[in-house]
Design a protein around this ligand. Sequence first.
Ligand code: ADP
Ligand code: MG
Length: 438
Amino acid sequence: FWSAVSNEFNDSMTKASFDTWIGTTHPVEYKGNQLYLEVPSQLHKGYWENNLINEVTTMASEMLKKPIHIIVKTTDEYASDPTIIEEEVKEVKKSIPRPDSHLNGKYTFDSFVTGKGNEMAHAAALVVAENPGATYNPLLIYGGGGLGKTHLMEAIGHYVLDNDSEKVVKYVTSENFTNDFINSIRSNRQEEFRQAYRNVDVLLVDDIQFLAEKEGTQEEFFHTFNTLYNDQKQIVLTSDRLPNEIAKLSDRLVSRFKWGLSVDVAPPDLETRIAILQSKAKAEGLEISDETIAYIAKQVSSNVRELEGTLVRVQAYSAIKRQDITTELAMQALDGLKINQRTDITASKIQRKVADFYEITPADLKGKKRSKTIVVPRQIAMYLCRELTTDSLPRIGQEFGGKDHTTVMHAINRIQEEMEGSQRLRDEVNQLKNKIKD
Ligand code: ADP
Ligand code: MG
């Protein structure tokens, strides 16, 4: 069986990766439905857990025609604990946060749920984490708030450190970078500042949109960037929008930010939201039925942070009421919750911004014209009303010249589907959101 698995991979991997990851792995024991594999180091184990285990589990389960559970341990782990093979539950690998990297211990690839909307960003992050400085440089992850940009960025940092604890990883928000820079000037310690930012293997700069208008800091960051780039050190950036949409960001920074790869994160679809809630509930040891999870997942559509918030709220409510978490209880806990919504965003504001953007008029959006140049913006505007206001579907229909709520629902579904396949549409919608929120 093992040779069949390795043959599969021999065909699909480069020789170097195959030799490194599969060639060094040995089956130790196959017992009940558990297959024990031995790898030479923690690094290999991490790689297996992040990249191979799912695929091999599927392969093994198909070949052996029953669900197989794969357990990967290092040679040392087998040697130090011979009873390990009896163990039933797969242990979860934990990352140790390192104080100087400023990484959050929770933000690892293990705890990141992938789905439509973040697959590309996740894949790119993993590639960069495996070979920092060698592939996409810089890697820029952009998209709306609470969609996992910081999480993915920090996951890269953890992964790099887990593979090689000698590597120097530095996480910083662009505001902290700015403050550090200003303080270094004030206290005449610019050399120290430069050392701190230029002698790293991986520099993670979060929320670069806040560099806007800070000319001095941009200038300094330009030099930091160049030094790291020339030394083939990895730079990872996040932003709430594409660099060329950041007003008052110098052209030379914008052009450098485009050298590598830009990937967006889009709001998770329902399936992904359910998977995220399941994963969080499991991590918290919460017992919640699938039905209740699905109910909660439907309450929040555009933001994972808010989604987590709902779970915390339901959990707290259940503790206070001393009742188990049921759909009924979740409904009560989340009742009247205006999630992610601002009162100053109204349907007419959205219509104005969308109309401006597509060079049509708000009257076109409310009217009945069926030409494509109007229908698509109309659907986008309806979608944005649903995302950014608390208006019900019938209410949105009214705002658009008295349309039926099924028309509105159709429009929203349409845009959601189209966005899944079209980066361009996602970018446009994201740009519009920023314009509406600014
Ligand atoms: P952003 O930086 O895009 O504003 P964050 O990375 O801070 O968003 O994510 C917000 C919260 O949602 C964090 O607690 C993060 O762990 C969680 N989160 C976001 N996306 C995912 C995901 N795909 N899987 C698991 N947790 C996620
Ligand atoms: Mg963030």
